[in-house]
Design a protein around this ligand. Structure first.
Ligand SMILES: NC(=O)c1ccc[n+]([C@@H]2O[C@H](COP(=O)([O-])OP(=O)(O)OC[C@H]3O[C@@H](n4cnc5c(N)ncnc54)[C@H](O)[C@@H]3O)[C@@H](O)[C@H]2O)c1
Length: 260
């Protein structure tokens, strides 16, 4: 994956920046896949709560053991591989960073500039942005060839999405490395091209079109939100309607009241 990393040198180390709804789940997935993971958040309360969420949350490791997806020793080993911390240095000394801070372009650009200055030269910087141009993040660094979009879906332990976004600067080596990591973690990597002008890659562009129409129908008084959700579930066998999907994504599907 990099000049420094030799084949057989062991699993890549992963740093996760931002350990909220997505970051904690991403850390869990990558630890189950065998990678040592250091997950950073600047909020100490998030860092304190994350281990229990990963162990005992609705999509946590204990549940995976109970459902027979992992053995108890495999689950314990995965938990042991994750460190949640407020020490950003520890999360930066890794092979691959997955960024999962809030969806603000200025925040992500500043972060990518800092990560470029502080991470080892070979480190790949991947963003879990929901839709910002990856080329804007790459342009903030001196390693554009090692900047890539890796868009996950919520909840990360369940959803197979690996929307891999190729900026003009991204090298094929980086694309291959990230696709290999995603596939080995049980995801289904599909590579799409970055767009300088559109937000949302493929998934959120199409989702956004659906939400605009659903909102318009509700505003016109054609149906309520609950009715729209139920009609889409009944018609297309979706597990959730569009409005249920919004609340589920925001909360990490912690509650079964969202129609999942
Ligand atoms: N929630 C979803 O369904 C979903 C799905 C796919 C992608 N995303 C994307 O993932 C990213 C994170 O979303 P989320 O839902 O996990 O948000 P979240 O608010 O749950 O978590 C973000 C975390 O980042 C932390 N943070 C803020 N600034 C930081 C910084 N400078 N350094 C380190 N940590 C910082 C916050 O304390 C918070 O814990 C966003 O870009 C979002 O668009 C979200």
């Amino acid at each position: 994956m990099s000049a420094e990393q030799q084949p057989g040198a062991g699993p890549e180390t992963i740093g996760v920046i931002g350990s909220g709804v997505m970051g904690s789940g991403i850390a869990q997935v990558m630890a189950i896949a065998g990678h040592p993971v250091v997950a950073f958040d600047l909020d100490p309360e998030v860092v304190a709560a994350a281990p229990q969420l990963v162990a005992e949350g609705r999509f946590g490791i204990q549940g995976a053991v109970a459902r027979g997806k992992l053995t108890a020793p495999e689950g314990e080993a995965a938990l042991d591989r994750i460190t949640f911390t407020t020490d950003r240095d520890a999360a930066e000394a890794v092979d691959v960073i997955i960024e999962a801070v809030p969806e603000r372009l200025d925040l992500k650009i500043d972060l990518f500039r800092e990560l470029d200055e502080r991470c080892p030269a070979h480190t790949i910087l991947a963003s879990n942005s929901s839709g910002f141009p990856v080329q804007a993040l790459a342009a903030a660094t001196n390693r554009g060839d090692r900047v890539v979009g890796w868009h996950w879906a919520s909840p990360p332990p369940v959803m197979r999405l690996a929307e891999i976004v190729r900026a003009p600067q991204t090298s094929e080596e980086t694309i291959e490395a990230v696709c290999r990591l995603a596939a080995a973690a049980g995801k289904n990597p599909i590579v799409v091209n970055d767009s300088a002008t559109s937000w949302g890659y493929i998934t959120n562009r199409v989702y956004g079109a659906m939400m605009r129409e659903a909102n318009a129908a509700v505003a016109e008084g054609v149906a309520t939100r609950a009715e729209v959700d139920q009609l889409m579930i009944d018609c297309f066998r979706w597990p959730s309607g569009p409005f249920g999907m919004v609340s589920g994504a925001t909360t990490g599907w912690k509650s079964k009241t969202e129609n999942s």
